[in-house]
Write a protein that binds this ligand. Structure first.
Ligand code: HAM
Length: 421
């Protein structure tokens, strides 16, 4: 074998692909019921789209982006996440002029040059929503509710949301000063990266996997919220209570992207190990304006499909793992019958899935293959019978001669569609 796939990527093949379709379908159906409309944005964007929004001091931007110059000398980045790209598209296409809330959803691949391990890939897939155009805590709660509902429709239960508020620019300025002072005091116990973060962006220290003990001694932002942010956080919690959605407040949940303001949340799954977040999201009230638009608050989440699929509860999709065989298996015995075989296949596709065997091998060999594929009916075409095909019911072991011209009529009478399976 001369080639292998790049590190940190996966081939998703049958039958597992059917599980993917089911999971994506469950999210799409839930999104639709909450009024979210699908969007597709490019897989690559100008690097600036992510630099400015996700933040230069974040791991994503400083270490994990696939960035390259294209042939025109422009700096291009494979999207490491989709929120910034959706906001770029929202502004560029004038969606902000529609008024009201724009509820957008998406699914697709993202790219991060991270150290591959279980649950962490270099190409991975997210589903997500962005609700743009309202400050209301109702929308924070809606985005949490929509992802939990979608996960429940896949059989997950007892999910807990980790919740926090990271405040806004008003409360963050004095808080950052307090945090910086604390970090300077504790600098001897910080890793090199966190020493640099103290100056550049002290809240990023909360992302550090090495400075765990120090993090627990730092004052959390949630204790330094301004009155508006505190009231917003209280409403989010009270609406979640009304909906019966469980959450645990985690005062140190800041998330690894700079654009968040106020609400942040993650949904964790116990059996995932170190990479245990199924989903992450939050409010980002300043991003639209930072991207050159009018002040427009927004909130959203993204969920990682690889992680969801790896811990899908039993019974939620296993049936889809058994690939369904073809309804018809077209056995063609000689080159001169190929045209008739193709025409018969076209006729039968009105009734179900048809697979044409192109091998011209012996009848017995092709029938064995039909059986192996799980076909319901084998249709045999050969020059020895120039005007009729043989219709062989694979389970009943019955066989009929059917004239080529009457195949449609015969199938109508004798073949029960998918429902009959
Ligand atoms: P994020 O927390 O960076 O947020 O990613 C969201 C989810 O994507 C994670 O919880 C995880 O399930 C999955 N994920 C992230 N990185 C990887 C990886 N290397 N391999 C496999 N799965 C991964 C965002 O991306 C934000 N855009 C979420 C958001 C939307 N916030 C507001 N709107």
């Amino acid at each position: 074998m001369r080639f292998s796939r790049p590190r940190g990527t996966q081939d998703i093949l049958p039958p597992e692909i059917y599980l993917w379709r089911r999971v994506e379908g469950a999210f799409e159906a839930t999104f639709e019921r909450y009024g979210y409309e699908p969007v597709r944005t490019p897989i690559f964007e100008s690097t600036d789209v992510f630099l400015r929004s996700v933040g230069e001091a974040t791991d994503i931007v400083s270490k994990e982006m696939y960035t390259f110059l294209d042939r025109g000398g422009r700096s291009i980045t494979l999207r490491p996440e989709n929120t910034a790209a959706v906001i770029r598209a929202y502004l560029e296409n004038g969606l902000h002029r529609r008024g009201g809330v724009s509820r957008l959803c998406y699914t697709g691949p993202m790219f991060r040059y991270d150290r591959p391990q279980a649950g962490r890939y270099r190409q991975f897939h997210q589903v997500g929503v962005e609700a743009i155009g309202s400050m209301s805590p109702i929308l924070d709660v809606e985005t949490i509710d929509v992802v939990v509902t979608a996960l429940e429709s896949l059989g997950f239960s007892g999910l807990t949301v980790k919740l926090n508020s990271v405040g806004c620019s008003v409360c963050r300025t004095p808080y950052t000063a307090i945090l910086r002072r604390e970090l300077e005091r504790l600098s001897g116990r910080l890793c090199e990266d966190c020493v640099a973060r103290t100056e550049k962006n002290p809240m990023r220290v909360f992302d550090c996997k090495r400075c765990v003990e120090v993090k627990n001694e730092l004052p959390p932002i949630s204790e330094h919220l301004c009155s508006d942010c505190a009231a917003h956080f209280a409403s989010v919690k009270s609406h979640l209570d009304s909906l019966g959605r469980r959450y645990d407040v985690d005062p140190r949940l800041v998330r690894g992207l700079d654009y968040y303001t106020r609400t942040t949340f993650e949904i964790l799954h116990g059996s995932l190990g170190a990479q245990n977040a199924l989903c992450g999201g939050g409010r980002y009230d300043d991003l639209v304006e930072q991207c050159g638009g009018p002040p427009t608050p927004a909130v959203g989440f993204s969920a990682g499909l690889e992680r969801i699929i790896s811990v899908l509860p039993d019974g939620s999709g296993a049936a889809h793992l058994t690939e369904s065989g073809p309804d018809f298996y077209l056995v063609c015995l000689d080159d001169s019958s190929a045209e008739r075989a193709l025409l018969a296949a076209r006729t039968l596709r009105a009734f179900g899935k048809v697979e044409v065997d192109p091998s011209m091998r012996a009848l017995k060999t092709q029938l064995r293959q039909a059986e192996k594929r799980g076909a319901r009916v084998a249709v045999i075409v050969e020059s020895a019978s120039p005007r009729h095909v043989k219709w062989k019911d694979m389970s009943k072991r019955e066989q009929f001669d059917v004239e080529d011209e009457r195949l449609l009529e015969f199938a109508k009478k004798n073949f029960n569609d998918q429902a009959g399976r």
